[in-house]
Ligand binder design. Structure first.
Ligand code: SAH
Ligand code: SF4
Length: 381
């Protein structure tokens, strides 16, 4: 990554490559084992600054803090919902851009163990401009750097949010379903995935990571070659071009059939199941005609349809399809041979849909937002 770090800033430990750190340590006359000590130490769950790395001599800790940033995230505002099962953060970056990440916990049910999903952003804003999405409505800010992507995950490891179990590693999934279109920022997203995979850092297996795309066909094909172990989710939302042109405007560049064909190539070449995401919008894309179209697109290959009731954005002219309408839609898909699940919408009360909390905070400092929340709930936010 040649443009790193952002102009005028120190490189962050989350994105500095190991060879650069090794050269820096070597130039200071440090022994080789320090590389792993610093790198794995900075990714430990109980650490919130270089100064917490107590096995490293104090002068070196001070020097590290002078040469690297501990995090690309300057400040975070976190709120919880669903009785502690969901928490959402707005993170402020060094240039004032704001992004969101969400932690969702799912209790153990039947044979399946408790699991956790972390939803992260790939861009500040998004240029795709889907009309039902708060991020799309806010427009495009900039691409995130690999470190800014990784630091959202690290945020949930570090105090006071070390919510991921004792070792803090391996027990959660990561989904690129926050702000931004990951495959419009593919180089940096792919680099972030490699950093997340690195056993010296967080060591998260690629199979625990999902990239969700609105249908950037060349990026989907790159995933086959460069990240074949990572899961792919396609935000379909409509089965016909005229409707998808409106709901997911990038469809004008890569129409439905090309997007589905790219999904099929991914499934065929990787042997992995691709999810088709379908946000249910009352009276818009939940018609019988769309359901039959979806059967045609989803049938006969390794795919899985996820139906998600729309989480309406403020001032939206649309609402989510009611339960009856979803049942009717499912009743067409299943007999058509399509595997389908209905996803619960998490964190409605905290506006957890993509970009909403960010929009709500617009113009306020994160400190003001925290103070307002404390005043409203009587509890520290
Ligand atoms: N840009 C990528 C990834 C981020 S959006 C993409 O579109 O796939 C992640 C998911 O959230 C997408 O499936 C998107 O359609 C969905 N989403 C956006 N706004 C929503 C809303 N208001 N209610 C429910 N889902 C929403
Ligand atoms: Fe961008 Fe995804 Fe939102 Fe569409 S749904 S505007 S692609 S973030």
């Amino acid at each position: 990554m040649t443009e790193l770090p952002l102009a005028g800033t120190l490189p962050a430990i989350s994105e500095v490559d190991t060879a650069t750190l090794a050269a820096w340590l070597q130039a200071r006359g440090e022994p080789a084992y320090r590389v792993d000590q610093v790198m794995s130490g900075a990714h430990r769950a109980d650490v919130s600054s270089f100064d917490d790395l107590s096995d490293i001599p104090k002068p070196l800790r001070t020097a590290l803090a002078g040469a690297f940033r501990f995090s690309t995230i300057v400040d975070s505002h976190v709120i919880g919902a669903d009785r502690g099962m969901t928490a959402k953060a707005v993170h402020e970056l060094v240039d004032g851009q704001r992004i969101e990440s969400v932690l969702m916990r799912y209790a153990a049910r039947g044979a399946s163990a408790e699991r956790t999903t972390i939803c992260i952003s790939s861009q500040a804003g998004c240029a795709v401009a889907c009309p039902f999405c708060a991020t799309g409505q806010a427009g495009f800010g900039r691409h995130l750097t690999p470190g800014e992507i990784v630091d959202q995950v690290l945020h949930w490891h570090r105090p006071p949010w070390s919510a991921l179990g004792e070792d803090g590693l391996g027990h959660y999934n990561i989904v690129f379903m926050g702000m931004g279109e990951p495959l419009n920022n593919a180089d940096r997203v792919f680099e972030a995935v490699r950093l997340l995979n690195d056993p010296q850092r967080l060591g998260i297996g690629a199979r625990h990571i999902t990239v969700s795309t609105s249908g950037v066909v060349p990026g989907m094909d790159r995933m086959v070659d460069e990240l074949p172990q990572v899961n792919l989710a396609i935000s379909l939302h409509a089965a016909t071009d005229p409707l998808r042109d409106e709901l997911v405007p990038i469809n004008r560049k890569w129409p439905v059939r090309e997007v589905v064909a790219a999904g099929r190539r991914f499934a065929a070449r990787t042997g992995r199941r691709v999810s088709l995401e379908y946000v249910m919008i009352d009276g818009v894309n939940d018609t019988d005609e769309q359901a039959h179209g979806l059967v045609e697109l989803a049938r006969g290959w390794r795919t899985h349809v996820n139906l998600i009731p729309l989480n309406p954005t403020p001032g939206s002219r649309w609402s989510g399809t009611p339960a009856m309408g979803i049942e009717r839609f499912v009743a067409i898909l299943r007999p058509g041979g399509v595997t389908v699940t209905v996803r619960d919408t998490r964190g409605r009360e905290i506006d957890a849909a993509c970009g909403q909390l960010h929009a709500q905070l617009s113009g306020r400092s994160l400190r003001e937002a925290r103070a307002a929340r404390e005043a409203a709930t009587g509890a520290p936010a």
